[in-house]
Design a protein around this ligand. Structure first.
Ligand code: AHR
Length: 507
């Protein structure tokens, strides 16, 4: 390849602060995600820590997940938290009306919060609006966070946790335009006001996240209806986008079997997500009151291949293609870090774009897991302006897209600077299938800072369909690669279809 890709990183041009929560995750009582992906119970032969699956905890702890959303998803608006606390043998079994089968309620609030604490993630609870009440939501908040000696605080203490749990994020329902109660925007706004008024009053320190929709029309009508007395004070962020790269409707091929054209179709769909982020941001900016920022949350996203059906418990394999997509999406979130305050990949273990897959007592990590391992270095950093000049991949629109697409840059990148002012992180993806790309990173700053040290870690394989499996669990792992340093320029050869993190120090 004779065309060198140039990535220009403008160290003095900060575009936002990267909220660690944009690398967040989501679990639901669905398929084999919780049982037995996370919870095997205290009598299991699978190694566990008080019922929580040890190998999964160990794997997740290593990559520093910032935030975990639970209990759904659609499950949330049919869930009654009181069913899931107290002695396990007294907990009722309930039909799982959205995903089939029954739920033993063995994994409830205390188990979830213990899981979060074991992996170092902040919890994000989604309350039941569709079939619940404000009183039920407020009593859940009281159970989790109340520091006094009210009945629910005493109940928590009786269940082994006298200290309040630090639960900051509270979602007011999930997809309330659909499985969360089939509301229209105005009636959801009325319900939201009621729930949020009492949740806010009961604990003013929490962050309240409303439920939006990928259609700007719903968001506009909801925000319009919420406006008025105190309305904007009741909302901190709106989950405006649930974005699944869905091979059920689009020509993306299967989880493992896909053509080169289907590979590119999937990556072009990221432009659709970006368009939705832009639309959502406009709505938020329009309604925010002076001095207020209403954050944009994308609390479900990821690939949804045709293999993931209700019958398979939304199980699918996860190839290098999924990892490349995740990396490109995370680069996008970094670019919009002024707007996006949280994003949650669906759904961590055994469901959709998982980080871990389990079979019996075995657990493997997926290529997507390694992307999160690379990207957590950006957390909390200042996002920087990046220009990319690289070979272009012509646009071929999947039929589901009617808008004009722009060509893809073969190299996609984002960059951030640590609080010390010298640690520079550049994540780059070679999206092209055919060639390794000679790449130069040009570091531009008024002080003409030079690159003192550099290290590269890469996820790559000879086949983009490569994946880890129970017979070959380490097919895809991270490798250290060579980088060349020359003053303000870093030289790196990005293998075809690969993801790399460059860790640089500036002097
Ligand atoms: O993640 C699977 C489902 O997708 C969730 O339950 C729902 O919120 C979304 O439609």
């Amino acid at each position: 390849m004779d065309e060198t890709s140039i990535i220009t990183v403008h160290v003095d041009h900060v575009t936002g602060t990267i909220n660690p929560s944009i690398y967040g995750h989501f679990i639901e009582h669905l398929g084999r995600c919780i049982y037995p992906g996370i919870w095997v119970g205290p009598r299991s032969r699978t190694p566990h820590v008080q019922g929580l699956r040890k190998d999964v905890i160990d794997a997740l702890q290593r990559i520093q997940l910032p935030v975990m959303r639970w209990p759904g998803g659609c499950f949330a608006d049919a869930y009654h938290w009181i069913d899931g606390v107290g002695p396990p043998h007294r907990r009722p079994r309930r039909p799982n009306i959205w995903w089939g089968g029954e739920d033993s309620n063995e994994f409830g609030t205390d188990e979830f919060l213990r899981f979060c604490s074991s992996i170092g993630a902040e919890p994000y609870l989604c309350v039941n609006v569709g079939s619940g009440s404000p009183q039920e939501a407020v009593s859940w908040l009281e159970y989790c966070t109340y520091a006094g000696s009210s009945s629910y605080a005493q109940l928590r203490a009786a269940h082994g946790h006298p200290q309040p749990y630090p639960v900051r994020y509270w979602g007011v329902g999930n997809e309330n335009w659909g499985c969360g109660g089939s509301f229209d925007p105005a009636s959801y706004a009325r319900a939201y006001r009621r729930f949020a008024t009492y949740l806010r009053r009961a604990n003013p320190s929490i962050q309240l996240i409303g439920c939006g929709h990928t259609t700007p029309d719903w968001n506009l009508r909801f925000m319009e209806a919420l406006r008025g007395p105190r309305g904007m004070r009741l909302i901190d962020a709106l989950s405006m986008i649930h974005y699944y790269f869905s091979g059920r409707r689009n020509p993306f091929g299967g989880d493992v079997d896909f053509t080169d054209a289907e590979y590119y179709n999937l990556l072009f769909d990221v432009q659709n997500l970006e368009y939705q982020i832009q639309q959502a941001s406009r709505v938020m900016d329009f309604f925010a009151e002076p001095g207020q920022t209403i954050g944009l949350v994308i609390d479900e996203w990821g690939t949804w291949h045709p293999q993931a059906t209700v019958e398979t418990g939304l199980y699918q394999q996860n190839t290098l293609r999924d990892a490349i997509l995740a990396a490109v999406v995370l680069n996008l979130f970094t670019r919009y870090s002024r707007k996006i305050v949280m994003a949650n990949l669906a759904q961590t273990v055994n469901v959709l774009q998982s980080l871990c897959l389990t079979r019996g007592e075995k657990t493997i990590v997926t290529p997507t897991y390694h992307v999160f391992d690379l990207y957590h270095a950006h957390m909390g950093n200042a996002a920087l302006l990046v220009d990319v000049n690289s070979p272009q991949i012509p646009a071929v629109a999947p039929p589901s897209l009617t808008r004009t697409l722009t060509p893809l840059h073969a190299v996609d990148a984002s960059a951030s600077l640590g609080a010390d002012g010298t640690s520079l992180v550049v994540t780059l993806v070679n999206q092209g299938l055919d060639n390794a790309l000679d790449t130069e990173i040009h570091v531009v700053s008024a002080q003409r800072k030079e690159v003192d040290t550099g290290a590269a870690r890469t996820l790559a394989a000879t086949d983009v369909r490569a994946h880890n499996d129970f017979d070959a669990p380490h097919n895809l792992t991270l490798h250290d690669e060579a980088v060349g340093l020359n003053g303000t320029i870093v030289h790196f050869t990005a293998p075809q279809h690969s993801v790399t993190r460059l860790s640089l120090t500036l002097t």
